[in-house]
Design a protein around this ligand. Structure first.
Ligand code: PMP
Length: 423
């Protein structure tokens, strides 16, 4: 077997939690897909900078200038991490949700949007005010590309169009054929935005190589703390749009008009969509995480994570009651995110037992991807618990599953304990 790197040091490694059976155990955080623990290195970087932070872009003081430099350097680091093209813009946002809502607010008039029903709600819902076409869940990469091509072939060929697709599913962990979907979009004159919330922490993402027009991700899933995210990509739609938020920082010049109103000239740079005092520590933390992952090397990180995916799959292969969820087949390439149901168990009870009896934190529910879960579970009586999940309506039969997810900080022991506990 290839030698594997050690897990990267993350916050929370020494946290212990009480068990209902008595005693305490080291907490096994196996919910990286929701929020990854921050890398110790990122935390240290932020702590070292914290005494010096100041407001950005306006202050003449030394620390304001230092912070402005660090903020703009963070933008360059993120651009490098994402393999951005020369003219691309990197906008700091609060999260992937924020990034995709920003792009939705910047769509040109009459833009048609195409999105698979399998998306996370953050990529499914922001387009509702546009002319949006929801595409049925495909069952293979080829079907995904063909479904998109068919939909695009029917579209108004002269108007603008945008495709929104996830790089890796937050439910099944499966990779999507992003490069092929981008080629299909461009062949039909459409643009494409990649939701890389689950992809970027696990795989190198290159805007230029994948041929996508924009990419969105969240800092808190990429081993950075704090509420920061990124939208990076083509500048033209962003420049042509009204600012996402109106306010200081986004405006270059504001003047009173003769008629008593105000005229505004907005910035053309990323600042146009960053009104207000930006989250400079968040941006700094994201850049630090980008550097840490690049230095650790994605080859090494991917190899470790695949080793853990295999440990779960092989470890539970002889437990017939466990059924993993997938769109593209059990062996489809995936990141360290796996969802499953267990015969005879309500998923919420099962997840609660993993926590209370084994100190393992997983997630249960519908994972903010209700249409996908209905497609995956709708006909499966095992997934229909007798007690409601938080997402179910009163009286509705609940649908829910269990999700285990891990990443760069996960020690083998956490996954081994998980497999023992499920067994
Ligand atoms: N897209 C995907 C694929 C996700 O997994 C998530 C988070 N679960 C989001 C978007 C939204 O990310 P955030 O909550 O950080 O905005």
């Amino acid at each position: 077997a290839p030698s594997l790197c050690a897990p990267l040091p993350v916050l929370g490694r020494d946290v212990t939690v009480p068990l209902v059976t008595g005693g305490e155990v080291a907490y096994a955080a196996l919910d990286y897909a929701a929020s990854a623990p921050a890398l110790q290195r990122v935390w240290d970087d932020v702590a070292a900078y914290a005494p010096y932070y100041g407001s950005v872009h306006r202050g003449a003081g030394y620390l304001s200038q230092l912070s402005t430099d660090l903020f703009e350097n963070a933008r360059r680091t993120v651009a490098g991490f994402l393999g951005c093209r020369e003219d691309d813009q990197v906008v700091f946002t609060r999260s992937t949700t924020d990034s995709l809502n920003l792009l939705a607010a910047a769509l040109p008039a009459d833009c048609q949007v195409f999105v698979f029903e399998t998306e996370h709600h953050a990529s499914l819902l922001p387009w509702r005010d546009a002319r949006v076409t929801y595409l049925d869940a495909p069952r293979s990469h080829r079907e995904a590309v063909e479904t998109l091509e068919r939909a695009l072939a029917d579209r108004d060929p002269y108007g603008p169009a945008l495709v929104c697709v996830t790089g890796a599913s937050n439910v099944t962990g499966e990779l999507w054929p992003v490069r092929e979907l981008a080629a299909a979009a461009h062949a039909h004159g459409a643009r494409i935005v990649l939701d890389a919330a689950q992809l970027a922490p696990h795989h190198p993402v290159s805007v230029a190589d994948l041929g996508v027009d924009w990419v969105a991700f969240s800092g808190h899933k990429l081993y950075a703390p704090f509420g920061s995210g990124v939208l990076a990509g083509r500048a033209d739609w962003l420049r042509a749009a009204e600012p996402y938020l109106a306010g200081g920082g986004a405006s270059r010049k504001v003047s009173r008009r003769q008629d008593g109103g105000v005229d505004v000239e907005w910035h053309d740079s990323a600042a146009r969509h960053e009104a207000g005092s930006p989250n400079v520590i968040g941006a700094y933390a994201v850049a630090s995480a980008c550097k840490a992952l690049t230095e650790a090397g994605f080859d090494t990180l991917v190899a470790r994570e695949q080793h853990l995916v295999r440990a779960v799959r092989d470890g539970l292969a002889d437990v017939p009651q466990v059924r993993f969820l997938s769109l593209f087949g059990d062996d489809a390439p995936r990141v360290g995110v796996l969802s499953f149901v267990v015969e005879g168990w309500n998923s919420s009870h099962f997840a609660a037992a993993l926590s209370a009896e084994y100190g393992i934190g997983v997630r249960d529910g519908l994972f903010c991807a209700h249409p996908l879960l209905r497609t995956l579970l709708g006909s499966d009586p095992q997934a229909q618990g007798e007690c409601g999940s938080p997402e179910s309506e009163p009286g509705e039969k609940s649908l829910n599953a269990i999700r285990v997810s891990f990443g760069a900080g996960t020690p083998d022991e956490h996954v081994e304990r998980f497999v023992r506990a499920v067994k």
